[in-house]
Ligand binder design. Structure first.
Ligand SMILES: NC(=O)c1ccc[n+]([C@@H]2O[C@H](COP(=O)([O-])OP(=O)(O)OC[C@H]3O[C@@H](n4cnc5c(N)ncnc54)[C@H](O)[C@@H]3O)[C@@H](O)[C@H]2O)c1
Length: 247
């Protein structure tokens, strides 16, 4: 059951909004009356987003492109009149690889999107965030625990946690909060078990979560809304696990 918040009069910029956790968060925020700047490299996915009352704009954005980010931020500020909250959700999920089987391209895809993208979007928006604003970044259970075969993804998600905790200290004096949501195994199209099939989902759910099931994107979205809301006004630099109890 989702908790209801009221984000009337507030604008939220979401990256990775075309799919999975970003999309579920966009829907939840839209139902809570927020106006949205929805960004993704997948513009077709964004085009199918529907909400009542034209409360959103869509922007084709690659979060690894500083010039693309500058352009998108300028457009979103002009279109929406300001940005109150940011959800850095664009990301690349891992595939299992022994390190010797990985390539420079794999490193770049994961690290540039997950960490550098979060850095670039944050840097670009900070000057526009007023007191009371917040940023939520996405890490993972892989941002606090190592997993064999996931070294590069681990590096990216530990990186997001360190970056976010530092930003919480830097922006706290301006009353801008920075928090992290750390999902466990969530049923989204690019989760490795979901891509493999139901048998792998069942196997992973059994060994990985005390609750014995995958989480839904909506269950992560609910926590993101809490972290942006006034109910979390003294929560800053936190990493909130959403994993059903990781084993
Ligand atoms: N699904 C899980 O089990 C899980 C667990 C922990 C963390 N996460 C993290 O959650 C975040 C969202 O993942 P998801 O599972 O919803 O995946 P998803 O693939 O459903 O959504 C990711 C979105 O990011 C977009 N994207 C990718 N690269 C981009 C770029 N360079 N610029 C802009 N947009 C880009 C994709 O087009 C897609 O719409 C990721 O950071 C992921 O690592 C997911």
């Amino acid at each position: 059951m989702a908790t209801s918040y009221d984000f009337s009069g507030q604008c939220v910029l979401i990256t990775g909004a075309a799919s999975g956790i970003g999309l579920a968060t966009a829907k939840a925020l839209s139902s809570s009356n927020a106006r949205l700047a929805l960004c993704d490299i997948n513009i077709k996915g964004l085009e199918s987003f529907q909400c009542e009352g034209k409360k959103h704009r869509i922007y084709e954005l690659d979060v690894t492109s500083p010039s693309g980010i500058a352009e998108t931020v300028e457009s979103a500020l002009r279109d929406l009149g300001g940005i109150n909250h940011v959800f850095n959700c664009a990301g690349v999920n891992p595939t299992n690889h022994a390190l010797t089987d990985t390539t420079d391209e794999y490193w770049s895809n994961i690290v540039d999107t997950n960490v550098r993208g979060t850095y670039l979007v944050t840097r670009s928006l900070i000057p526009h965030l007023k007191p009371g604003s917040s940023i939520v970044n996405v890490s993972s259970i892989a941002g606090s625990r190592a997993m064999a075969g996931w070294a590069i993804y681990n590096a990216s998600k530990f990186g997001v946690v360190g970056f976010s905790k530092s930003m919480a200290l830097e922006l706290g004096p301006k009353c801008v909060r920075v928090n992290v949501v750390a999902p466990g195994h969530i049923h989204t199209p690019t989760n490795i078990a979901v891509k493999t099939g139901q048998e792998e989902i069942d196997r992973t759910a059994e060994f990985a979560s005390a609750m014995g099931r995958f989480g839904t994107a909506e269950e992560v979205a609910d926590v993101v809304l809490f972290l942006m809301s006034g109910a979390a006004r003294y929560v800053n630099g936190a990493v909130v696990d959403v994993d059903g109890g990781a084993k």
